[in-house]
Design a protein around this ligand. Structure first.
Ligand SMILES: Cc1cc2nc3c(=O)[nH]c(=O)nc-3n(C[C@H](O)[C@H](O)[C@H](O)COP(=O)(O)O)c2cc1C
Length: 176
């Protein structure tokens, strides 16, 4: 599947079949993460691929909004290094987008579990520390998100989008 087709096909998938992801496909997914661009070309984001089922079950309790992780074949924890680059959050987010599209192109589904919370410092610390403790992540690294991946239990229809002029402008804000 080419990248434009994957963009159109991609949905958030939160229910998965009990099928493993092959090592070949896992290699393609990690390649997508590895090749994702970063500001200043610095390795400002790192990834923990979680295949251990009991660990996925524990991670699914990081927030109330990622219970689907328990069913996923793998989880990918995306970590940002704010000491290395001021672009850590953008870099981590782009990597997650690449992973999501790569998963779609392989016939897999993915869901995004937000960990980092930009508005509520205490909530963010609580969530990030929970993941840090489970995965031995150094305190200086930020935990941005956990994506869950697996074979989709269902095939959701293409997304119904809002009108394009909600978000597009031409040459100047407000001009179409
Ligand atoms: C930054 C970001 C944070 C998200 N956080 C969560 C989350 O914590 N839990 C969840 O189930 N989905 C989460 N999602 C998935 C969105 O809810 C989902 O992508 C959105 O509803 C649109 O649906 P679609 O992906 O099928 O287009 C997140 C997505 C993004 C991009």
């Amino acid at each position: 599947m080419d990248v434009l087709a994957a963009i159109q096909k991609r949905r958030e998938i939160t229910a998965f079949k009990e099928l493993p992801i092959s090592e070949t496909d896992l290699g393609k997914l990690t390649m997508a993460l590895y090749q994702s661009p970063t500001g200043n070309n610095l390795p400002s984001r790192e990834f923990i691929v979680v295949t251990n089922k009991p660990l996925l079950a524990q991670l699914s309790k990081t927030t109330p909004y990622m219970r689907w992780l328990e069913q996923a074949a793998i989880g990918v924890v995306i970590i940002g290094n704010e000491e290395l680059s001021k672009y850590w959050l953008q870099d981590a987010s782009i990597a997650g987008g690449y992973l999501w599209l790569a998963a779609t192109s392989l016939g897999l589904g993915a869901a995004w579990g937000a960990v980092y919370h930009s508005e509520d410092h205490n909530e963010s610390s609580q969530r990030e520390n929970y993941v840090r403790d489970l995965l031995n992540i150094p305190a200086k690294l930020r935990v941005v998100a956990i994506l869950g991946l697996g074979y989709p239990a269902s095939d959701p229809p293409p997304k119904k989008m809002y009108a394009e002029d909600t978000v597009f402008h031409r040459n100047s804000f407000g001009l179409r």
